[in-house]
Structure formats: C-alpha cells, structure tokens
Design a protein around this ligand. Structure first.
Ligand SMILES: C[S@@+](CC[C@H](N)C(=O)[O-])C[C@H]1O[C@@H](n2cnc3c(N)ncnc32)[C@H](O)[C@@H]1O
Length: 264
C-alpha cells in the first residue's frame, strides 16, 4: 500500500500506464515471463507450508531489538518490534514472494543473493524455489539474524547461508567468493547511493541470464532516481517495473532496450 505522496503519485501513474495481463507485449521473452511468472495463478506445492509459516509469524508476539542499519522504516521507526508487526508490514507480501519464487523456479537460478533477511520468510521462498540453488542472505541486525536462522532450521531448508553484518562489509567478501550471481535481490538500505553501490558491486558477477531485483523503487525520490539510473545502465537490456519492485535483465538477445511497466 502506498503511504507517502511520492508513492501515491507514482502508484496512480503506474496504474494508468502499466500493461495489464501481458497485453501489448511484443517481446516473446517478456510474454513468456508474463505467462509463467507474473500472471501465472498456479499454486506451487511449497506455498501451503510457506503461507502457514507467514500466518504463524503474524501471530508471534516475540519482541526483537533491532538496530537500524539502513534508510529506516516508514511504518515502524521504533527499535523494539514484535514479530507480528514485522510480518504484517515489514516484509514482502505473499504476492511478491510468490512471484519471486516462480521466477527462480522458472529460471532454475543457481546462485542467489538476498540483501535483507529480516524474519527469513522471503529467504525461505527464494531457497525452496530451487532446492539445488545456493542462497546467501545478509542481515545486519543480530536478533533478526538469530530469529531467521531458527526459522530456516525449523523448516529444514538446507541450501541457505545466512550472514550477519552490514551489506557494505559482507557483500564485497561474498562476491569475491562466488563466480556468478543468477538472482540478486536487494531489499534493504533503501537509499540512492547504497542501491547504486550494490548494483555496481554485483554487476561484474552477472551472466547473460541473471536477474537483479530492487525492492521499493518508489519508496522515496532517491530510490526512484536510483531505479532510473539502474534501468538505463548500458549493460541492461530489459527492465520490468512492477511498482513494488523493479527487475532488470542483461540478455544480449534483446537487441533493442525494452522498459516495461506491468500491473501485478
Ligand atoms: C525490508 S527488510 C527485508 C525483508 C525481507 N527481504 C522479506 O521480504 O522478508 C530489510 C532488512 O534489511 C536489513 N538492513 C537494512 N540495511 C542494512 C544494512 N546496511 N546492512 C545490513 N542489513 C541491513 C534490516 O535490518 C531489515 O531486516
């Protein structure tokens, strides 16, 4: 739900101009993405378990002390937060998590990085979408790191490496250890400078088939500016703006750059 003037204005603009249900999409690749991912209503086997975990988190009254490493939260500025509050308004929605699950499942993405583990629910979607993948997720807050570690252990999901530390410190170390990034999901520290910095750091590890996803691209003027610079970068051949998040692709087969807005 949009909560500030910048978001409301851009939401209305998006609603008026975005493609619906893949109509008027000319690229066969994008049409396939619309069919298989954005407008694919199939319920995947894992969704039942994942939504049960989401419901349990929404009822969990545990209080966590959270250090603010990023641009902060507009809905929950305080440091002591209940799991209930975070699960209700501080993490990806069911729709968004399911779309990213379908994306990873469709591309069979092997190496995934998530910046911002939070409670670890979205991490579970990303990891379960391809059980053969290796997912690295970074979280600065110690108590969230501990909470998500337990959640992931209890779900018996084995393909996750959680890292506790600041993105600025952990991301360069991680990128040095891996050959490529198939999916790069940035969901924390929503500032102009940081978002661009994470994009530039991960760029050398992209492949022709990589997807980079940036959450909350209309969260602030700075985030929207960062999104515009990212999608116009010379390496990017296709961008998809779904309002709540933006995705970029690097496929060389896409000869003419395409910027698409879709309503999800
Ligand atoms: C929006 S939440 C992530 C939500 C999660 N991806 C989901 O949908 O379930 C962002 C998280 O990033 C963490 N974070 C923000 N800035 C950070 C930074 N600079 N270094 C490390 N962690 C950071 C916050 O503590 C918070 O838990």
């Amino acid at each position: 739900m949009p909560i500030n003037f910048h978001q409301i204005k851009n939401f209305i603009r998006h609603w008026l101009t975005a493609t619906r249900k893949g109509h008027n999409v000319h690229s066969p690749f994008v049409y396939k993405l619309c069919e298989e991912i954005f407008y694919n209503n199939s319920a995947f086997y894992d969704f039942e378990q994942l939504e049960e975990i989401r419901s349990a988190l929404k009822k969990n009254k545990t209080i966590l002390n959270i250090e603010d490493f990023g641009a902060g939260s507009k809905t929950m500025p305080q440091k002591r937060r209940s799991v209930t509050e975070i699960a209700k308004s501080g993490i990806s929605t069911q729709k968004q998590s399911q779309i990213i699950y379908k994306l990873i499942n469709f591309f069979y993405a092997g190496t995934i990085i998530e910046l911002g583990t939070s409670l670890g629910l979205n991490t579970l979607y990303l990891a379960m979408a391809n059980k053969k993948a290796r997912l690295y997720s970074i979280e600065g807050s110690r108590e969230l790191f501990d909470f998500s570690s337990q959640l992931i252990n209890e779900a018996k999901v084995k393909n996750v490496t959680l890292m506790n530390g600041k993105f600025d410190d952990e991301l360069p170390v991680l990128l040095n250890q891996i050959n490529k990034v198939d999916v790069f999901y940035v969901d924390g520290n929503h500032t102009y400078e940081s978002t661009l910095q994470y994009f530039r750091s991960a760029l050398p590890k992209r492949t022709n088939d990589s997807v980079f996803i940036f959450d909350d691209i209309y969260w602030s003027h700075g985030m929207t500016r960062a999104w515009h610079e990212i999608k116009n970068d010379a390496h990017v051949t296709l961008s998809i703006d779904a309002f709540y998040f933006g995705m970029i692709f690097f496929k060389q087969e896409v000869k003419e750059k395409v910027h698409l807005k879709i309503l999800i």
